[in-house]
Structures are given as C-alpha cells and as structure tokens.
Design a protein around this ligand. Structure first.
Ligand code: ATP
Ligand code: MG
Length: 562
C-alpha cells in the first residue's frame, strides 16, 4: 500500500504504523457513517474529507454507510440529501453504499451468539430503574435482578421480544460485562430495545432495534473496515466497541478519535439545526445562512473551498473553536482567482451626466479578472443616465470620505472622471433623488491625460441597459462567537441575529448578467462575491446571494465611513 505525500497527522501516523506491521494485510478501508436524521453540515464535511481523503491517499476504500438504527427520527429525504452532498463534495463511494439496517438479521444473530456465550441477558427493568442500578462515577452499580437468567430463558425471551410479544420499553437485551466498571458505559449497556415503530427501510419487519454501540462496531466489522475514525465523544465508547468485537471474535477495526469541528458564530448540532428549520427561523435546511452543505452550496461555496478549509484546519485530539473567517477566507481566495468581476449597484442613486448627449451611448472595455488575463475583457454600456451606489455619495462628506460629494471629481471605473454639479432632492422628504454631474471627455477609459488624480473610483451601471436584480446580504446567523453564551433562562436562540438577512429587491446589475446561470459566481466590484440563487432566480429577475464580502474588514470600513 502506498504512503501518501500529503502532510501527516496523528491518524495517518497510526495507519502508517499499522502498514509497517502489515496489519490488515496492508489494506486501508474507512467509512463515513451518518445517521439519516438531518442534513449534513460543515462538521460532517470534515469527517467526510478525512475518511474519503485517507482512503484516496492510501489507495484504499471508503464506504458510505447510513447508521439507521433509530426508526423515530430517520427519513428517506435525509438519505437522499446526504448522498447528494457527499457526491457534490467530490467523493465517490462507488458500489459501497450500505445501511446498518441491512445488517439487522446478522446483528440479531450476533446478539443470539452473545446470549449463548452467557454474555448478554434480557432485563425487565425499565429505563429509569436501569439508570438507578447503574451507579455513578464514584459508586459502583448493582446487578439487575434479571442478570443471572439462564441462557435458555434469555434465548426464549429474546425470540419473543422479536416476535412482538412485549410492550415498548418493557424489556431490553443487555450485555453482561461489569456493574463495577469505572466506565459507566461498560455497566451492562443495553444492546436491543423494543420499539414498535415502522422503519424507513425495513418497514414493520422489526419491532426490536439494535442500539448504536452494538450496531456500529459490528457494521464496521462486517464491512471489513480497518480504521474506524470518529469524533472524541466516542472515546468512552471504545472499550465497548472492543469488548463486543472481542467477545464475538470477529474482524476488529481500530477505532480512532479526533476532535470535532466547532465553528465560531455557528451551531453544528443536527437537533438544533432541525429546530431552526421547524421553528421557521431560517427558510429551510438550505437557507444560505445555515452551516449545512446545502446551505453553503446555495450561498455560493464550492466543493474545493470546503475541501481546502477541511485540509487547512487539520485534525487534532483536543477540541477548539475555529474562527469562521477561516471558512470565509477559503472561498474568498478561490473566487478571487476564478470569479469574473462585474459591476452591480445595490442601492441605486440616479446620476445624470448633463454634458453627455441624450441619444448617445458607447461601450467601455472592462477587464474580467485582473488576476487572470486569460479571462479576457467585456464591453460595458455607458450612457447619459447612470446609477451609482447611494453610499458612494455624501452631501456633507466626513474626513477620509473620498467618494462623490458636491463639487468633487471621482472616476467611474472603466469610463470617465465625473464632477458632481447639483443635487436634486425630493421636495417632500429631502431625500437625495438624483445627482447632476458632468464628465470630462478627455478621461475616457479612466485616466486623465494631464495626469491629474482623483481619490475615489466608483462602480456604476447604465440605467437603460442595466438589469434589475434582487440581492440578499447575509451576516452570521448568531451574533456571538459562542451561540451558547446566553443569559440566564435563555438559550442559543436569543443569540440569533435578526439582521442576518437583508434583502435588497431593486438592485441594478450589468446587462451581461441577464439570464446568468443558477449557481454561477461573480465578484461585484467593491461589494463582494455573489452567486445566482439556484432556487429563486429567474431569467427576468436574477437573485444573487452574497457568498462573502471582499475582506472580513469590509463591514468595519463601511461603518467607519458611514
Ligand atoms: P447526532 O447527534 O445526530 O449523532 P452527529 O453530528 O454525530 O449527530 P452523525 O450523522 O452521527 O451526526 O455523524 C456522522 C459522522 O460525522 C460521525 O462519524 C460524526 O463523528 C461526524 N461528525 C459529526 N459532527 C461532526 C463535527 N462537528 N466535526 C467532525 N465530525 C463530525
Ligand atoms: Mg452521531
């Protein structure tokens, strides 16, 4: 098996050691095991990149396995979305798509084997009593009164559990390990429970369902997994993982734990993300503010940017919070190189160039991406009536405001120098509704032949040529870096930012954006990176999502000059 050239980490070191001693005859086989009870998020992406990435680097294999042992919360919709998201991220499970539920029959046989070995028993205590008997970290547990049932009785009861003779919660199958074990999970953990509920794949065939700990290790074993990579919370479950596989004397993968991804200003709990969706606090799982893969995709993130992010943050054995700027930078860097630049005006202010002939128009040459000359140039129409950004004009400019103001000259990007001569206001409200400017024809293209300089360069569009568009600006869903940092009696919901979505319904964009393909990405000069919304956009009226601003300091700059 080939040693990869990619930078090492503690997981790769373990695999390298295993390869050195020819463990698993040099095979490397991982899996990504989502539970289909929600949409995948950026934390899952870390696990996907790790599992599929390691398999690819070592010329091994990676399975996609649905850990679908909980009939209550699982749905086919989630299965489909997970497959779509893994594929979109650029990974391929080939013919290795599995479901833990496909192993139900074999898992049942394994459970029977444990009973036959005297290593599992049917217990009639209910959940509360089991907890009571379990003891605490400082006190040993007590053995269940049913702990010493005979193998014959256990086999009979387990068969009848399966046959549906008993009510939900009335009995469980438990491993017989050690009620005084320092690890609470080893104090005779439940392996099977009764749940008379239809399952998304096995329908009503089963009324007993295997517990996660029992299912997971055996599914790994059945699939011939060599390295079972999971997050740190499962460190405590490892002794049980090992115990079950040792007792059954089956193929024994090695469980390795790594720190899960935590992101600032973000929650990565499927349960809470589901709450946000159900409570209507976001428009759905694919709301562009959501940290889900589908949300990030709709927001304009690319698979490359997410993979680069996952590589950049690396893997460690201790938990930490990654700054959301790291994620934003990964897409910013990519789009800086790849996105064509165009001009768009989000809050239009009308500008009339009074010395420009009414019936005239011309085309200006604009560079598509100065980072990449191969992307070429385009023509941008110019005419007498234009729109500029409302923010780019101040009647009474503060210090360091270098944009347009009465009497001041600025450059219109790729066009002319213009000077503001007059300000037209709404007589009722006093609001500025139009600027009357003159242009210097000698500055065509954006440079003055006499070498005179202007401090400001503005973007613009020609009013009669521009295309109307809706633009959606996003901010972090949560105001605090740690959304759990809430007042007494409140929860993470109190940290939701009510201003995290701003809709600008009548923006004007360059005519070349008319009919732009859903999902296509652009830099709007000076404003950020934008992506055509794949859901709400139409040919008549494109809708753009702001993926990310140009710099993370942009907001501050805007505020400072406001
Ligand atoms: P649940 O509470 O529903 O179990 P989960 O986030 O653990 O939520 P799973 O579907 O079990 O969801 O996760 C699939 C895989 O993704 C697991 O191996 C899990 O360890 C990994 N994973 C989940 N969240 C993160 C995260 N934030 N960072 C890294 N890996 C994660
Ligand atoms: Mg989980």
């Amino acid at each position: 098996m080939k040693r990869p050239d990619t930078p090492s980490n503690f997981i790769r070191e373990i695999i390298d050691q295993d390869l050195t001693i020819n463990k698993n005859r040099g095979r490397v086989h991982t899996r990504f095991p989502p539970e289909p009870n929600g949409y995948l998020h950026i934390g899952h992406a870390k696990s996907i990149c790790l599992n599929f990435g390691i398999a690819a680097d070592y010329k091994g294999l990676c399975n996609l396995r649905f850990d679908d042992t909980n009939p209550e919360k699982e749905e086919a919709e989630y299965v489909e979305s997970i497959k779509e998201d893994v594929r979109w991220l650029g990974f391929d499970w080939a013919d290795r798509l599995f479901y833990a539920s496909d192993y139900f029959e074999r898992l049942y046989e394994y459970a029977v084997r444990l009973i036959e070995k005297g290593k599992a028993y049917v217990c009639d205590l209910n959940v509360d009593r089991i907890r009571e008997y379990r003891g605490t970290l400082t006190e040993p547990g007590r053995g269940s009164p049913y702990r010493d049932r005979s193998v014959g009785e256990n086999l009979d009861l387990f068969t009848r559990m399966r046959a549906g003779e008993f009510d939900d919660g009335s009995r469980v199958l438990r491993a017989k390990i050690d009620m005084a074990h320092p690890n609470l999970l080893m104090r005779d953990p439940p392996l099977y429970r009764i749940r008379k509920m239809s399952h998304h794949r096995t329908a009503n065939r089963w009324c007993i369902y295997p517990m996660y700990d029992f299912t997971h290790c055996l599914s790994d074993s059945i699939e011939g997994i060599t390295h079972s990579i999971c997050t740190l919370e499962f460190e405590n479950n490892r002794p049980l993982y090992d115990w079950i596989l040792d007792e059954l004397d089956v193929h024994h993968p090695r469980q390795i734990e790594f720190a899960r991804l935590n992101l600032g200003h973000t929650i990565l709990s499927k349960r809470r993300l589901l709450d946000l969706v159900k409570e209507g606090r976001v428009s759905g799982w694919d709301d562009p503010r959501m940290p889900t893969i589908s949300g990030l995709r709709r927001r304009g993130y690319t698979p490359e940017s997410i993979r680069n992010f996952c590589e950049r943050i690396g893997v460690a054995k201790f938990n930490s919070i990654v700054d959301i700027v790291v994620l934003e930078n990964s897409i910013r860097e990519e789009l800086n190189r790849t996105a064509p630049r165009v001009m768009a005006v989000l809050r239009p202010l009308r500008v009339v160039i009074t010395n420009y002939p009414e019936d005239s128009e011309e085309e200006m040459d604009a560079v598509n991406n100065p980072e990449d000359p191969a992307m070429g140039t385009r023509k941008v129409p110019f005419s007498r009536v234009l729109y500029i950004e409302r923010d780019d004009f101040r009647e009474d400019p503060p210090k360091k405001f270098f944009r347009l103001a009465p009497g001041r000259e600025v450059r219109l990007r790729y066009a002319y120098f213009i000077t503001c001569r007059d300000v037209v206001k709404d007589p009722g409200t006093g609001e500025v509704v139009e600027l009357r400017c003159t242009c210097d024809p000698a500055t065509r293209g954006g440079d003055a032949p006499d070498g005179r300089k202007v401090r400001g360069t503005l973007h613009w569009v020609s009013a009669s040529h521009a295309c109307e568009a809706e633009v959606r600006l996003y901010d972090h869903l949560f105001t605090k870096r740690d959304p759990d940092d809430a007042e007494e009696g409140a929860d993470y919901r109190s940290n939701l930012d009510p201003g995290s979505l701003e809709v600008l319904p009548s923006c004007r964009v360059e005519p070349c954006l008319k009919g732009a393909a859903p999902g296509s990405r652009y830099q709007f000069e000076r404003l950020g990176y934008f992506c055509v919304d794949p859901v709400d956009s139409s040919d008549e009226k494109p809708v753009f999502n702001r993926t990310v601003s140009l710099r993370d300091t942009w907001k501050k700059i805007e505020k400072a000059s406001a």
